[in-house]
Design a protein around this ligand. Structure first.
Ligand SMILES: Nc1nc2c(c(=O)[nH]1)N[C@H]1C(S)=C(S)[C@@H](COP(=O)(O)OP(=O)(O)OC[C@H]3O[C@@H](n4cnc5c(=O)[nH]c(N)nc54)[C@H](O)[C@@H]3O)O[C@H]1N2
Ligand SMILES: Nc1nc2c(c(=O)[nH]1)N[C@H]1C(S)=C(S)[C@@H](COP(=O)(O)OP(=O)(O)OC[C@H]3O[C@@H](n4cnc5c(=O)[nH]c(N)nc54)[C@H](O)[C@@H]3O)O[C@H]1N2
Ligand SMILES: [Mo]
Length: 806
């Protein structure tokens, strides 16, 4: 922080302390101090990627933040309740004033990644950025410029959309499809239900009111949807209103359990599909499947609904029973029995049988297959296999049921800065950018999932270009959040490969250290915007009017202004601004939001009240309701218009795609024993423990890592079961090395029965520090660049490791 700002801040803070009686000098006799300026209140929001975008109240004096409060303006009756920020939003003052805040534009002076920079002026920085981007376009073409995945700042007006807009006006950039969150879910839902929707927008949480049994597979709202109005709160209130049974299947005894669950079933990571198949076996052999539903709405269950030319022996029923004979229920030697699944999943046979009975008996089971399963090596198949539960029971499109998808949130809408369209059609999977830096030229459709290229007679085609420049705005996935950080840093550090890296952030993150030019953005608390809650904040829809009395700090500038100045230099200013000022854009957006939500108060009112909310503005959502009512009038987006248990499109990919050894694509949803999974006995000889990096309360990904309060509140420790700990002589609090062939990290260990035997777990997102042992404790030192089979997405939850005491 500049000395001037620091002095201003400490003056304001000591004045505040005197008033609240916190100062030792506030003796009873001294007259009350005269405050320098009145305390102001502005509403702002936490725009991090947890899906909630909570409002926060920012109090300030003379441009210095004095305190942060969460919302408490309602009577707090459920349905009209406060949208209270979690521990992260409440710590925002610390984050904004963190010592590693970026304060002025910088140019790299040492080797890339060394973190050595020199301060430069904005003019110099923008000249350099414009020059480098133009040179990359001239030398290698627009498709050699790439935006790495970024989700750290969910602005509507002055956010990443501005940079996309600028680049689209300049001829575009190499697209990415998919994302770290849900790539394999999109694929699974697309193949099964004809669109991604039923995968990431299942029924509303409120539908639990109509359910008697909620099954949460790897779903952990209490830690991943923490907002005071979000899914965690909705779930609690639904439970309070109706005592439906709750069963949680998770290798970890999560905060979503701890007393809220009726049953916790611990499962080995990546093996859920085996459990689902055993449930299917139980239902088929006990005549509990909904045959009428399968006949009418689905393709591929048995001989009655196989696609032309495909026989019964390729049907789902035959696969589960290992029985090629129509009508016969005699199981074969490879039948997917509970005993078979018990050996793989670690769940006792009788528990599987009981679970099958309970689900079949339930009047309206609400089944949710969470995203963690899709971040496993066979993520597409794990998820498809999970969708089979509601499908086999015919418990879909009805009150109280769900497709297996994540819950659909409720929305009020507000516009985003329009990006325009990208003239470049070529796209890679977001997860393969490191490969595209090294060898994009030779990446193909059939081997690497490249999209949007011309196809040859074999149906294949090449990307034909390497990534030569990267723009990384509001993302830490250049380094920290991407897999195999040690390998990634080597690729990114090589200036002969990717020749230019622009990073725009607020703090000196592990990714920021790899910038050639580093630009300081304003923080949320310094910004004006109208935002709505993000993708998954439950049943309360909100609009929040952000405004600020505290910025811009230092030499930070909003990215909108930065892009206007870049557009000037790159000859597209008029197209970029459309002749509008910043105020014009904000007014236009406000008017558009009012048109969509007519009872949204005038802006002057919103500036004072901050938030406009509505519980379930469009009512409670039942996924696939229309299809269930009338499948002919409302066909799905699959080729058959029906639910595809057997996917002809995947059968085609299985035939034509060039897969790595050990990768499998199957027409039916199947349990696949994968590399570095429970059944990878070869790798387990050296690395016997399954590890995943879950999403922790103390951070949103890597965001908020640099807030000491949060590091204190939520311990970063690798969880291990007492049985595994005893074998290694470990006690809680010991420092350990967690390692595999890709690297070693040093963290504390927490010995707890809340994690199952053979499995260890560590909150993801800690900042990578580098070195042969990463003392930052970044779990991605241990994860792999290897992709999932179909979407070429991220299997970051599939890892084998060993642990030893330091
Ligand atoms: N506090 C916080 N909240 C967040 C985020 C954050 O970083 N921090 N990130 C946000 C984002 S962008 C996303 S995409 C979501 C992610 O949400 P999820 O993908 O649901 O989160 P995870 O923590 O990866 O996994 C949830 C649970 O699944 C369990 N699990 C892991 N592997 C398996 C498995 O193979 N089978 C089963 N049955 N369970 C398994 C883990 O123990 C964990 O408790 O969270 C969002 N919310
Ligand atoms: N091992 C493992 N790795 C994972 C996951 C996992 O489960 N396991 N989860 C994955 C998932 S689901 C996701 S979504 C990704 C998330 O990966 P990212 O999208 O990279 O998310 P963050 O780590 O939160 O990084 C956000 C960045 O935005 C910056 N930022 C915040 N506010 C602002 C702002 O106002 N302006 C600018 N310019 N920058 C800002 C932050 O400082 C930070 O550098 O991580 C993935 N990585
Ligand atoms: Mo995510």
């Amino acid at each position: 922080m500049e000395r001037r700002d620091f002095l201003k801040m400490s003056a304001a803070m000591s004045a505040a302390a005197a008033v609240t009686g916190c100062s030792s000098e506030s003796a009873k006799t001294t007259p009350p101090p005269v405050l320098p300026v009145e305390e102001k209140l502005n509403w702002s929001a936490c725009l991090v990627n947890c899906g909630s975008n909570c409002p926060v109240k920012v109090y300030s004096r003379d441009g210095i933040i004095t305190r942060i409060e969460s919302e408490f303006t309602t009577t707090d009756e459920y349905g009209n309740h406060d949208v209270r920020a979690c521990l992260r939003g409440r710590s925002l003052r610390k984050r904004v004033y963190a010592p590693d805040r970026l304060k002025y534009p910088m140019r790299r002076v040492g080797p890339r990644g060394s973190g050595q920079f020199e301060r430069i002026s904005w003019d110099e920085a923008l000249d350099l950025v414009a020059e480098k981007l133009q040179a990359t376009i001239d030398n290698y073409g627009n498709e050699s410029i790439h935006f790495t995945y970024n989700s750290g700042a969910r602005y509507h007006f002055s956010g990443k959309q501005c940079l996309y807009r600028l680049m689209n006006l300049k001829g575009g950039y190499l697209n990415a499809y998919g994302d770290y969150s849900w790539s394999q879910i999109y694929e699974a839902a697309g193949q099964t239900y004809g669109s991604a929707g039923p995968g990431w927008q299942g029924s509303s949480v409120s539908e639990m009111q109509n359910s008697d049994l909620v099954l949460m597979v790897g779903y952990n709202p209490s830690e991943i949807r923490m907002s005071g109005s979000g899914e965690a709160y909705d779930f609690l209130m639904q439970k309070r209103q109706k005592q439906f049974k709750t069963i949680i299947i998770d290798p970890r005894y999560t905060d979503s359990a701890v007393g809220k669950e009726d049953q916790w079933i611990a499962i080995r990571p990546g093996t859920d599909a085996a459990l689902f198949e055993a449930l299917a076996f139980e239902w088929i052999t006990n005549n509990r499947v909904n045959q009428a539903f399968l006949d009418k709405y689905c393709v591929g269950y048995d001989e009655k609904t196989m696609p032309a030319g495909v026989g019964y022996e390729e049907s789902y029923k035959s696969y589960i029973l290992d029985n090629a004979t129509v009508g016969d229920l005699t199981p074969g030697a490879n039948a997917k029995t509970p005993a078979w699944a018990a050996a793989i999943t670690g769940i006792e046979e009788h528990i599987i049988v009981e679970l099958a009975r309970e689900l079949a008996d339930a009047k309206a089971p609400f089944i949710q297959i969470a995203a963690s399963l899709n971040r496993q090596a066979a993520g597409e198949n794990n998820t498809r296999a999970g969708y089979m539960l509601p499908i086999l029971l015919g418990q879909l499109g009805l009150p109280g049921t769900n497709s297996g998808g994540l819950c659909k949130g409720s929305y009020l809408t507000a516009p985003f800065m329009p990006t325009g369209s990208n003239p470049v059609k070529k796209a890679i999977s977001f997860f393969t950018f490191t490969q595209a830096i090294e060898d994009g030229e030779n990446m193909t459709v059939l081997a690497d999932g490249v999209q949007g290229v011309d196809l040859d007679e074999n149906g294949d085609g090449k990307l034909g270009t390497n990534i030569k420049a990267i723009i990384n705005y509001g993302g830490n996935a250049l380094i920290n959040q991407h897999a195999d950080v040690n390998k990634t840093t080597k690729i990114i550090a090589d200036e002969s490969k990717c020749e230019f890296i622009l990073v725009v952030d607020n703090w000196m993150t592990p990714s920021a250290k790899f910038a050639d030019i580093l630009l300081p953005d304003v923080s949320w608390l310094e910004s004006e915007d109208l935002i709505y809650q993000s993708y998954s904040a439950g049943d309360t829809a909100t609009l929040v009017q952000m405004s600020s009395s505290v910025g811009p700090m230092f030499e930070c500038r909003p990215i909108y202004e930065v892009c206007v100045d870049l557009a000037k230099r790159m000859g597209v200013e008029a197209e970029f601004t459309e002749g509008k000022s910043r105020e014009d854009w904000l007014n236009q957006f406000y008017a558009e939001a009012q048109a969509a939500t007519p009872d949204l108060p005038e802006k002057e009112v919103m500036l004072k009240q901050g938030i406009h909310r509505k519980y379930l503005p469009n009512g409670s959502y039942i996924v696939l309701e229309e299809f269930r009512k009338d499948p002919d009038a409302n066909p799905l987006g699959t080729p058959s218009g029906k639910i595809e248990i057997y996917s002809s499109r995947l059968a085609e990919k299985a035939r034509t795609w060039k897969l790595k050894e050990g990768d499998v694509i199957t027409a039916l949803p199947k349990y696949i024993p994968t590399w570095e999974g429970y059944e990878d006995t070869e790798t387990k000889k050296s690395y016997p423990l399954q590890l995943f990096g879950y999403h922790t309360k103390g951070r949103a990904h890597s965001s908020y890592h640099n807030v000491p309060w949060l590091r204190e509140a939520v311990q970063d420790a690798v969880w291990i079961n007492p049985i595994d700990a005893n074998k290694r002589g470990l006690q809680s609090g010991d420092k350990v090395h967690v390692f595999n062939d890709r690297g070693t990290i040093e963290v504390e260990v927490k010995v707890t029965p809340r994690i199952m035997v053979g499995v260890v777990a560590l909150g993801q997102g800690a900042w990578y520090q580098g070195g042969s042992v990463d003392r930052g404790g970044c779990v991605n030192v241990l994860t792999t660049h290897r992709t999932t089979a179909i979407t070429k997405g991220n299997p970051q939850h599939t890892n084998l490791v060993e642990i030893r005491k330091v």
